[in-house]
Structures are given as C-alpha cells and as structure tokens.
Design a protein around this ligand. Structure first.
Ligand code: DC
Length: 210
C-alpha cells in the first residue's frame, strides 16, 4: 500500500507521515528533505539558488546518508528548498528516486507537496493536511526554540505565508490537493488526535475497497 500525504509548510504532515508509517510497518520518506538536501548543497557551494545547471548536478549527486543532517531542518534551508524545488529539471531528476522508494515492499508513506498529484497519482490513500497559518507559525516557532534556535513568531508566520504562496503558485507541481485526496485539518488537533484521524481515513479507504 502507498499512502500519500501532502500539505503546506509546517502543517505537521512530516510527523503524521512518520507515525502512520510506524503504525502500519511501512517505510517513510519525508520528500521535503530531498529538496532541502539539494538546496543545502547549493548553499555550501556558494551557488546562486536559481542556477539550474548546478541545481541539477546537486540533485543527481543526492546522498541519502546526509538526509539526517539537522541543519536541513532550519528555516533558512527550507526557504532555499522552496526556491530550488521550483526548477522543473530538478523535480524531474528527483521523480525516479521517490517512485522507487514508493514501490519497494512492504509499503510506504511519502509526504510532500505533489505526492498525490504527480509522484504517486495511483496511491491507495491520499491525505491533504491543512492547518491555520497562525497555528503552523506557533508550532514551528516552538520547534525552533526547542532546538535552541532564536525564532520570532511573526517572522516565522511571514516566512510560512511567503512559502505557501511560492509552493502554490509555481507552474510545475504546485501544492494542491489531488481530486481524490481526503483533507485533514489539524489546526485544533494535537499530534495524537491527528494520527488517529489519519488512521481513520486510511481504514475507511481500505474498507471501501474491500
Ligand atoms: O516540507 P518541507 O518544508 O520540508 O519542504 C521544503 C520545500 O521543498 C518546500 O517549500 C517545497 C519543496 N518541496 C516540494 O516542492 N515538493 C515536495 N514533495 C516536498 C517539498
């Protein structure tokens, strides 16, 4: 079974993806990390983020061993990832990696922006996670502070809104729910309640398939 989870920045889709994968014994891929890794490679090389040739080269040299680097989680790298991910050729290079991950047994949960629409249009279950931008900014701020980073909630909110606008309005693979996605609004749900709601969606989808 393939479960696709999409949603905007800081919607909680990553945590949800991880928890769902754990619940079903599936593998989990946070696809944002891929774009973050490409963006970070560009930053390290001192490259212009819009340099297509260098960005494609960085995407081709992607090393999953580096996905755990905590610096990838920072707002600065996330912002850069939003720019790099708008380059069509970069997305093209990364499609196969994601589809291969999804296809390997026993099943997979992938979370991102275009999993249900582009990467796995035939996913068994698609969930589109949304949350009020203010709630997302609050969560992201607390998260950053817990890592010892300095974070100003208003600045985080501005960043989230800017990123939403860029991710939703890019011409290629924009952030939008697939026609057959189930929307999960977790603005008023804590993590446990969000996980329960997601499991309920997966179970209902399974039952309706027989
Ligand atoms: O989910 P995230 O914050 O880690 O994603 C970082 C950026 O990467 C996001 O602004 C857009 C891009 N992204 C994408 O274009 N497609 C995905 N499947 C995942 C992330």
């Amino acid at each position: 079974m393939i479960i696709a989870i999409d949603g905007p920045a800081a919607s909680g889709k990553g945590t949800l993806g991880k928890r769902l994968a754990h619940h079903y014994g599936y593998r989990h891929l946070d696809t944002g990390v891929i774009y973050r890794a490409v963006a970070y490679a560009m930053m390290e090389a001192g490259a212009e983020l819009t340099n297509e040739v260098l960005a494609v080269a960085a995407a081709l040299e992607l090393d999953p061993e580096k996905f755990g680097n905590p610096i990838l989680k920072t707002q600065k790298v996330g912002d850069a990832a939003s720019v790099v991910s708008a380059i069509p050729k970069v997305r093209e290079v990364l499609v196969n990696f994601q589809r291969q991950f999804a296809a390997d047994p026993p099943g997979a949960v992938l979370d991102g922006r275009d999993i249900g629409t582009v990467i796995c249009p035939h996913a068994d279950v698609k969930i589109f996670v949304v949350a009020d931008p203010r709630v997302r900014a609050r969560r992201r701020t607390l998260e950053a502070r817990s890592r010892g980073e300095d974070a100003d909630e208003e600045a985080v909110l501005a960043d989230i809104l800017k990123r939403d606008e860029r991710d939703q309005n890019r011409p290629i693979a924009p952030l939008r729910p697939a026609a057959d996605a189930h929307t999960l609004d977790n603005s008023n749900l804590d993590i446990e309640a969000g996980v329960r709601a997601a499991i309920a969606i997966v179970e209902a989808a399974r039952a309706s398939r027989g």
